[in-house]
Design a protein around this ligand. Structure first.
Ligand SMILES: Nc1ncnc2c1ncn2[C@@H]1O[C@H](COP(=O)(O)OP(=O)(O)OP(=O)(O)O)[C@@H](O)[C@H]1O
Length: 749
């Protein structure tokens, strides 16, 4: 369902318009009007960007006197009297032009149950919401240009972690699939309607909305119990050169419009049975979304999207190539105060997310011309061969008749067998290439998962553990602690601080996830290695057969013409082989690039670890007032000199490491002075980014990471390098997409 955009699909793309720009996620908050049965108002828009929440607790006399209220600042705030048109114009209308220009965009409505999400996204016939308005505008823009534009729409819901096609509800539950790079996520079997008829689309949308799972709850009579995701893809094809219609440039933009289910508290909604279970699912996916938002806003390197289908589908929108707008919804009523506060905090965090936006432009001409040359050459060869065969056949037949009819048949049979063997060999070789490529990707993903584990273990100040059970036991313990409360499943966004104040827990989840991924990867590696051996054996047998067939040829061929025909046949084979070699080279180059990225990551990690070791050693020595042996002292000085060389020069600090006290380490206070003399950006140049980014620019960072004080009596062992298997290397997604390659595919050959 996520855009299978040319730029993100990793295909060869030239990107004439593809420059990247950073864009912060836009956060808007809409306050719904008070309802007649709601008693007091505690929330209002102060101006177009600020919301005030009166946080008066009637039982707290002191706070009441102070009149406690909190202000929240956003990109835009819509008050109770805001219109559908106004909300659409400010949040979504500008995205329409972007989509037509080949960008991706997402608008999602977030908020507690009954806060007005469906009203904003879907609306009513008399007051249509964002979905209808955006579709209208898109169709208006492409009207009369049907040849250039194609518009494709799909609409799904996630209910109880199951995906349903809202345009074809009878199709049952659908599966989520990822591509080999874990980038393009799509829903297998989802209907994609291609049309430029506004009326048809509107009917489909209404049909889809009717099919959505809705139930009355204590908080909302028409509560949507599912997340609804509407996607519209617009492809715009324009010839690059008017004279050459083959040179086409395609821009593809995609707009996601999402009406999330409401976050809720079990005790407040008075839900039980089925409703309670739904609520648990809703909250789990919203909690996963909250965790992603939290991790992204804090600039975390690892963000776990895998906890729910919702976050997997929103991965691109939140972290990738997408302009994203979040419309948070709140009720002004005092009865909803807690829910509103949580939504406001959620939205505040989302304000810090930044995405890298890139236009999806694919120069199809590049592919067309490249393949055209190869195809033309091949066709030339084939037609020459056919010509030759026609020309020579009568003479050749005469010769064969003169000799023996039987011998002619035998030659023909032999030729057919050779061609067949060659074709089979080609198939098997291609299969081997695919398997090798897949194994390499698995190997790299495995390495990546090991790095994730190592990163979090050291961030949580624990040693690298090479054991799934140990990691799992610890992680499950912490999961149990946070997941349940007395009133059932904890709502996303509630007790925020507890959930968000848990870097440790985030790490444990990431480690657990990584171990699970590794187990899957290894299983997959075994499966594919087995298949590889099987195909290799088949190929060898096929090659042997080919050799023995070719050996028979000299004894059968009697004329030069026959030899020439066979030579040309071989040439066609060679061309086929060359084509395959070209493909394999490209594959190898792609893998080389990915492997280089991984090596850089690993080097970075090793450097961080060595800094950490040095820092801890230093601390132990200083605490125990140990004097250093001369040679170690010199090594420390050298190290520090290396680290500071550029800084000393750049900032005209003439004192070098050699002028520091000779028999003790450079005093911390001295280093502290140095660091405070530098600006924060300079500091980051001195001290490489630490995995334990804490925003703390203390002295320890100069020689390594900040260190926890529960002292090591001896140095911890260096975490072992990830066990990388030869010819094998981590994306779970790789595994999934390639699992489509059937294991028994060899049987077809
Ligand atoms: N801005 C608004 N103007 C007028 N009525 C509104 C507005 N926002 C919400 N409402 C009304 O409030 C009620 C609840 O709104 P809605 O169903 O959109 O909430 P929701 O957040 O989608 O809830 P749930 O998550 O339970 O589906 C509806 O009757 C809706 O018409």
């Amino acid at each position: 369902m996520t855009p299978e955009t040319p730029s993100s699909s990793g295909s060869d793309t030239s990107k004439p318009g593809g420059c990247k720009s950073e864009e912060r996620l836009m956060v808007a908050v809409r306050i719904r009007p008070m309802k007649p049965d709601e008693p007091t108002k505690v929330l209002y828009a102060l101006n177009k960007k600020t919301i005030v929440l009166e946080d008066i607790d009637k039982s707290d006399v002191i706070r009441q006197k102070k009149g406690v209220e909190r202000q929240y600042l956003y990109d835009v705030v819509f008050g109770e009297d805001s219109t559908q048109e106004e909300v659409y114009k400010v949040t979504t209308k500008t995205l329409i032009t972007d989509i037509l220009n080949g960008y991706n965009g997402t608008v999602f409505a977030y908020g507690a149950t009954g806060a007005g999400k469906t009203h904003t996204m879907v609306g009513t016939r008399s007051e249509p919401g964002i979905m209808i308005r955006a579709l209208n505008d898109l169709f208006e823009a492409v009207k009369g240009k049907e040849e250039e534009y194609s518009v494709i729409m799909s609409y799904l819901e996630i209910y109880n972690e199951q995906i349903r096609d809202l345009l074809n509800p009878s199709s049952g539950f659908l599966e989520l699939r990822e591509d080999s790079k874990g980038k393009n996520i799509n829903v297998a079997g989802l209907s994609e309607i291609s049309t430029t008829s506004t009326d048809e689309i509107m009917q489909l949308l209404h049909k889809g909305n009717k099919a959505r799972t809705m139930e009355p709850t204590a908080m909302n009579q028409t509560s949507s119990r599912s997340h609804a995701l509407l996607s519209v893809t617009v492809r715009h094809s324009v010839p690059v050169d008017k004279k050459d219609h083959l040179k086409i440039r395609v821009k593809q933009g995609r707009l996601f419009m999402i009406d999330l289910a409401g976050s809720e508290r079990a005790n407040k909604t008075k839900n039980s049975g089925k409703r309670l279970q739904e609520g648990a699912h809703i909250n789990r996916s919203l909690l996963a979304l909250g965790n992603c938002i939290n991790a992204l806003s804090g600039g975390a390197r690892y963000v776990n999207y895998r906890d729910s289908k919702l976050t997997r589908l929103l991965k691109e929108a939140l972290s990738g190539n997408c302009k994203t707008v979040m419309i948070a919804h709140v009720s002004p009523s005092s009865t909803q105060k807690d829910e509103s506060r949580n939504t406001l905090i959620y939205a505040e965090r989302a304000n810090n997310i930044t995405n890298k936006i890139e236009r999806n432009v694919l120069d199809v001409s590049y592919h067309v011309t490249q393949y055209q040359t190869v195809i033309t050459e091949l066709r030339d060869e084939i037609s020459r061969l056919q010509h030759k065969m026609k020309e020579e056949r009568p003479r050749s037949a005469d010769v064969r008749k003169l000799n023996s009819e039987e011998r002619r048949k035998e030659v023909q049979e032999l030729r057919e067998q050779i061609v067949e063997t060659f074709k089979t060999q080609m198939k098997l070789r291609r299969k081997l290439m695919e398997i090798d490529s897949h194994l390499l990707s698995l190997g790299m993903e495995s390495e990546r998962q090991h790095m994730i584990i190592s990163h979090w273990e050291s961030r949580n100040n624990k040693l690298y553990k090479n054991s799934l059970n140990e990691s799992r036991a610890r992680t499950q313990q912490s999961m149990r602690r946070r997941t349940y409360t007395a009133d059932g499943f904890r709502s996303a966004g509630y007790e925020q601080e507890e959930v968000y104040d848990t870097d440790n827990e985030e790490g444990e989840t990431a480690i657990q996830q990584a171990w699970l991924e590794l187990t899957d990867i290894e299983r997959e590696q075994d499966r594919w290695s087995e298949l590889r051996t099987h195909i290799e054996q088949k190929l060898e047998a096929c090659r042997q057969r080919g050799v023995s067939l070719e050996d028979k040829l000299p004894t059968l061929l009697s004329s030069d013409d026959e030899r020439e025909i066979l030579a040309l046949m071989c040439r066609v084979h060679e061309l086929e082989a060359d084509k395959m070699a070209l493909q394999s080279e490209r594959l190898v180059r792609q893998h080389e690039l990915r492997r280089r990225d991984l090596l850089i990551l690993r080097y970075d990690r090793q450097r961080q670890l060595s800094e950490e070791i040095i820092t801890r050693q230093r601390q132990i020595m200083e605490e125990k007032k140990l004097s250093l042996p001369q040679d170690l002292q010199e090594l420390y000085q050298l190290y520090q000199q290396e680290i500071h060389a550029s800084t000393y020069t750049d900032f005209g600090i003439t004192q070098t490491a050699s002028s520091l006290t000779p028999d003790v380490l450079p005093p911390i206070s001295r280093t502290r002075i140095l660091t405070t003399e530098l600006s924060s950006s300079d500091l980051s140049a001195v001290s490489p980014p630490s995995s334990a980014e804490s925003g703390d620019s203390s002295v320890d960072r100069v020689m390594g990471h900040p260190i926890s004080r529960h002292g090591f009596s001896k140095l911890p062992p260096v975490p072992p390098s990830p066990p990388v298997r030869p010819k094998k290397s981590g994306l779970s997604s790789v595994r999934r997409s390639h699992s489509d390659m059937r294991l028994n595919s060899t049987e077809e050959m």
